[in-house]
Design a protein around this ligand. Sequence first.
Ligand code: NAD
Length: 455
Amino acid sequence: MLIVQNPATDATIAELPQDNAHSIAAKYLAARAAQPVWAALPLPTRIGVLTRFRDALKSDVERLAAILTSETGKPIRQARNEINGLPARIDFFLESTEAAITARDVHKAGGMREQISHEPLGVVANISAWNYPYFVGGNVFVPALLTGNAVLYKPSEFATLSGIEIGALLHRSGVPQSVFAVLVGAGAIGSELIKQPVDGVFFTGSYATGQRIARELGPRMVKLQLELGGKDPIYVRGDVDVAKAAASLADGAMYNTGQSCCSVERIYVYHTIYKDFVKAFVKEVAGFKSGDPAADDTYIGPLTRAPQLDVLERQVADAVAKGAKLVLGGTRLQPPGNWFESTVLTHVDHSMDVMREESFGPIIGIQRVTSDDEAVRLMNDTEYGLTAGVYTQDELRANEILSQLRAGSVYWNCCDRVSPRLPWSGVGHSGIGLTLSTYGIEAFTRPKAWHLKSA
Ligand code: NAD
């Protein structure tokens, strides 16, 4: 059985039967048989089905948000934001799929015609994370289904109830059971899933697990996308409105209790405003209400996974031992629940884990810099490369800085932001492949080259 616990209280809220090697093989075979039928439907039919799914989500926000909060500890307003946000992403896919995958002639001359068509990959595995199950799941299964694939969806073991709800809503909207199957279980079930002869694996999660999956799939030449972690930096130049920048970045660092792949994880501040910025930032963070995630006014909840408490505790101890100053929080709270104080460290540097390793919690290091060049060098001093940004009033300088940053997404005067119209990708240990944008629709297809000569 998979035991689902409420991370705010440790109470058991569900015990679910898990998949096993036999049930996974059966779901794979059913998906393999059903996929060509699903792919042969006219695109408007699949669009109609996913439109019903979008509408079903919109009319069920309160119930779905309560379930998401109960199993992940995500504060209820943020759970509502996530579920309310998915329909807008679905709209982008509904509007853009036809143009992205319609076969097109690319050359015609001397009786020769060259055409590109987009074939569905076939049966794809979607192994998902718990921090935004609706967003990171939807980025994969919505375009995968629209483009004619069958999906074997393994939600995180920390967001399984939401994964089951997603499956039920898709089925009620008209996706056949075999075309979208939910697999219940932890890492061992994900590992079993990728042993099946699937045509693509779309994974969202940690670098460590991504590496394991890449090792397993490399020799098999299976299409693989990995959306992994980050250590996302922001540089605050000396010309900003300090209070405004601090408010924006406090939200970017602490939203979802710091458990977003694109959470701000490190901040570099120009020396002339360093003191003022730290003061304004700490004031913002201290004002965030922590507590019962089901309460409407809660902003900071528990961590979803208990082991992350050890990571945060180690990062604080390591930083303080190396000379950092703890200006807010820093302590794990007594159980029940996975609680850690919102934490701000100053006088940090890159010898400290808190500036190098993903924290994935309500903790941030703020480092002083004396030039734009130093900030750029430090921002790029990471194995990761998911997002990075700069706050400044100088647009020209912002462009120069952003163009030097080694990251999949760059931000000017904003952070912790994802758009369905822009590709979501990472550099280095942040992963390979992408979701979202029209590229993230094509990702679920195989371009086929047609060389056509009239006799
Ligand atoms: P995780 O790697 O622990 O688990 C992710 C998924 O992989 C889960 O469903 C898990 O059951 C499964 N899994 C574990 N071991 C497996 C194995 N050997 N084979 C197959 N599947 C296996 O990650 P998590 O804790 O769920 O997510 C947090 C991480 O995800 C963070 O590093 C975060 O930055 C990253 N993330 C990245 C993005 C992005 O878009 N780049 C989005 C969300 C989260």
